[in-house]
Design a protein around this ligand. Structure first.
Ligand code: ATP
Ligand code: MG
Length: 416
């Protein structure tokens, strides 16, 4: 027996409608915001993520699925969607096309993590990227798109926003952070000691209890923002209000990825505790240049589909069930079953959802099965009916029956 790999999941046929629903809502929202779908490969050159995600991040240092292909190239399964979208933006010359380039993706992502509820090794993201616009309105629009998605899905979430400034003001802030953490260095966790050297901002992101305690008194980036970054953040907040999006400021949000500048945000479910972050994003004006393109501002976010579905399940959001068969054709003997098969074929050609028996059930058992499928009508063909060229059609809701000629089947069931 070969089992599914740890940290992965099957979406079973009876559950896939839930995924299709969430993905459908995401696509609808994308349309409203003029976001066009981009599809990039599942694997990329490892260097893309080292540079694009950042080689001090947990994702790159610990979590990537990296391997050599048969041509001895280092390949990595995408751990997130932004780097691939950014590569595509550069490689396809979109910077010299019409800007902004507004896009979205729905993609699997791979991270070697310790699997638990809402944390998988293969998971799925709906992500949005807007390349080429630097205005605060664009940040607010990206956040508003995420907000619209979560509201449409019926999720109860809180939006937390922060600004982590630009290169210039962050340099000052990093100095202040280092000065603050220096006396605590001994009591910080192993990872935080490295973060202290390489990227002090990330000290604020640590999930260790003891580090969190120390963090609580750390200086706030918001006190170090330069004039431009401050004005940008004020405008983001003001535009969120214009869009009717409620937010709270959390000066501890820094995001795990290296390319973020200025606005960062997270939507956290108020219903589940651990892994409550369902959506996260921000501005990343440094990314395109980091990947070898010209300097192009960008903002985006990604929502984890598994987490959205978990929260929806836990809070009792009802997902519309898939369509049920319009008609189930039951046949008595072999000749009748052949007729049922033939009529089902013509109904399907005409776009009518029809089902037949595949398991040699008795007519009684076929009725039961049709009921279980939720068929609106059951059309029975017995020996007499076959001879007369009619079927006995029962409306399963009202219990009423009537005879319908084989030749009238399509007209009868179309629009039912
Ligand atoms: P976390 O703090 O939960 O580890 P992250 O900072 O690593 O999240 P991002 O890289 O910003 O997450 O990814 C965006 C979203 O993708 C997250 O908010 C979450 O909903 C989802 N996500 C991230 N990692 C996983 C995972 N291993 N399994 C399922 N969903 C995930
Ligand atoms: Mg993570």
């Amino acid at each position: 027996m070969i089992n599914i790999p740890k940290g992965t999941k099957d979406v079973l046929p009876q559950d896939s409608y839930k995924w299709q629903y969430v993905e459908g809502v995401a696509r609808d929202i994308a349309k409203l915001f003029n976001l066009k779908e981009v599809r990039t490969p599942t694997f990329e050159h490892t260097e893309l993520f080292q540079r694009g995600v950042g080689d001090t991040t947990d994702v790159v240092t610990k979590e990537m699925y990296t391997f050599k292909d048969k041509g001895d190239r280092s390949i990595t399964l995408k751990p997130e969607g932004t780097a691939g979208a950014a590569r595509s933006f550069i490689e396809n010359g979109m910077a010299s096309g019409v800007l902004p380039a507004k896009m979205f993706y729905i993609t699997p992502a791979f991270r070697y993590e310790r699997p638990q509820a809402g944390r998988l090794r293969e998971f799925h993201q709906f992500g949005v990227e807007i390349f080429g616009a630097k205005s605060a309105q664009t940040d607010a629009e990206a956040i508003a798109a995420a907000d619209a998605l979560l509201k449409k899905l019926g999720l109860q979430v809180k939006l937390y926003i922060n600004s982590i400034g630009c290169k210039t003001c962050r340099a000052e802030y990093n100095k202040a952070l280092k000065a603050f953490f220096a006396p605590h260095l001994e009591s910080l966790c192993y990872d935080c000691k490295t973060r202290y050297e390489k990227n002090p901002l990330r000290l604020l992101d640590c999930k260790e209890e003891n580090c969190k305690k120390i963090n609580a008194a750390a200086p706030s980036m918001l006190d170090y923002l330069c004039e431009d970054c401050k004005a940008h953040f004020e405008e983001v907040k003001s535009c969120l209000t214009l869009a009717g999006v409620e937010y709270e400021i959390d000066n501890r949000i820094v995001r795990g990825l290296d390319y973020y500048t200025r606005t960062v945000f997270e939507f956290v479910s108020t219903a589940i505790g651990a892994q409550g972050t369902v959506c996260a994003g921000g501005r990343y004006d440094g990314l395109i240049e980091e990947l070898g393109g010209n300097s192009v501002p960008a903002v985006g976010f990604a929502a984890g589909l598994e987490r959205l579905l978990i929260v929806m399940e836990q809070t009792g959001v009802v997902i519309p069930e898939p369509q049920k068969p319009t008609v189930y054709l039951a046949g008595m003997d072999n000749a009748c079953r052949r007729k049922a098969f033939e009529i089902a074929a013509s109904l399907r050609s005409a776009g009518v959802f029809a089902e037949i028996d595949h398991m040699d059930r008795s007519v009684k058992a076929q009725f039961k099965y049709a009921d279980k499928l939720g068929a609106k009508y059951v059309a029975v063909i017995g020996g007499n009916e076959l001879a007369e060229g009619v079927m006995n059609v029962k409306n399963m809701a009202s219990g009423e029956s009537e005879k319908v000629k084989f030749n009238d089947a399509v007209v009868y069931f179309q629009g039912k």
